[in-house]
Design a protein around this ligand. Structure first.
Ligand SMILES: Cc1ncc(COP(=O)(O)O)c(C=O)c1O
Length: 383
């Protein structure tokens, strides 16, 4: 027998090296008692009562074993119906434990060692983490701060190389609250046409829009994998119900297999209750959420202008705005001062260097709390 070599020190596999908790979490976890939370992107509206009642009924009255790996057939059919332009078969949908799992699955099934992945700058740090876990290389396209973080097709195109395997788009955006226009999506589709590049479209905020309903990238580009779920539109972050959907049968088969080995299936109780997520009551709850967040976003942007003389981007969807604090110094220092005065924000740099000098502010708060938050920020940073 070969002598076993003793390893003195454990070294993480390369795919895990350098992965750190995000600055978003690091700031949130240091919050002082009684802080106002402009930090986490977690809806504060209650989960609709009928969803809670249904989950409670299912837990009490039914036997809840495993479902098939890709989810309850009836739920997959309901999700497929959300994308009529794709005419998806049931196999075009895999139900996952939140959209985060769908996103990680999509990256793992598309990206190979050395592949480049185009990511928006600024964007969610999870995209870079997923790229690294899949042993790909993140490459950033700029959403220019000086143009209120709007999409710039020439910058997007300039980052495409022979190694580009996938690109990520998000609309409405975390962290900017911006929506990609139909023309933006057509331009992206044209730039990718014939390249074989995969488009991963993060549509977790697609039900939270304040003007016209956003278009899906999948309307214009076939090689799109949609990543979405119920967390944000129905205040169900802790329920962990998401999905991946695509027209491409091979990628959906791969995602289904990986999903089976990572989580087996999303919780049966949650899947059964989620069959109600598109009924009239659910659509009314989504509409209410749109109205509430639109009003709060306008209120907060206005308050920053009036009380602090600071510009914040006008949110078009989701529940975020980017507050420009470049005149006040480094965003990490500004966020730190706010934290010490019991207001949690996120320094823009957490989402990429294009957002340096900004704070991401989430408006999952009542107007009263937001007014208190702005007052504390003013005291802390003296704008
Ligand atoms: C842009 C974006 N995508 C995906 C997620 C993950 O959401 P979930 O896994 O709850 O569906 C989040 C959560 O904050 C997000 O902001």
């Amino acid at each position: 027998m070969m002598p076993v070599q003793k390893e003195e020190k454990f070294t993480l596999p390369r795919r895990m090296q350098g992965l750190q908790p995000t600055l978003i979490r690091q700031f949130f976890e240091r919050a002082l008692p009684d802080s106002i939370n402009f930090g986490l992107g977690e809806p504060d509206l209650p989960t609709p009562q009928f969803m809670r009642d249904e989950a409670a009924r299912v837990a009490r009255d039914e036997q809840n074993g495993y479902t098939s790996h890709p989810g309850l057939p009836a739920l997959r059919d309901k999700i497929a119906e959300q994308y009529p332009h794709l005419n998806l078969p049931r196999t075009g949908v895999v139900v996952t434990c939140g959209s985060q799992e769908a996103m990680t699955d999509a990256f793992m099934c598309v990206v190979d060692e050395g592949d480049e992945v185009l990511l928006p700058n600024p964007s969610l740090p999870a995209y870079e983490a997923c790229t690294r876990i899949a042993q790909g290389t993140p490459v950033y396209y700029k959403m220019p701060a000086d143009r209120d973080f709007e999409f710039d097709i020439s910058n997007f195109k300039s980052q495409i190389t022979e190694k580009t395997k996938a690109a990520v788009v998000i609309s409405p955006s975390n962290p900017t609250g911006k929506i990609l226009t139909e023309q933006n999506l057509r331009d992206i589709a044209e730039a990718l046409d014939g390249t074989g590049i995969w488009l991963i479209s993060d549509e977790i905020y697609s039900d939270l829009y304040f003007g016209e309903r956003p278009h899906s990238a999948s309307e214009y580009y076939d090689r799109t994998i949609i990543v979405s779920g119920l967390s944000k539109s129905l205040s169900m972050t802790g329920w962990r119900l998401g999905w991946a959907a695509s027209k491409d049968p091979d990628i959906m088969q791969a995602i289904q297999v990986l999903h089976g080995f990572t989580t087996v299936c999303a919780a049966a109780i949650v899947q059964k209750a989620s069959l109600l997520a598109w009924n009239d009551d659910a659509e009314a709850a989504k509409q209410r959420a749109r109205e509430v967040y639109a009003k709060r976003g306008a209120f907060l942007v206005d308050l920053f202008e009036k009380e602090m003389g600071l510009h914040a981007t006008s949110p078009e969807g989701a529940f975020y705005t980017m507050l420009d604090v470049r005149s006040l110094g480094d965003d990490i220092e500004v966020a730190e001062k706010c934290l010490q005065n019991r207001v949690v924000t996120v320094p823009g740099v957490a989402f990429g260097d294009e957002a340096k000098g900004f704070l991401r502010i989430s408006f999952c708060n009542t107007e009263e709390k937001m007014a208190e938050g702005v007052k504390r920020m003013k005291e802390a940073i003296g704008a």
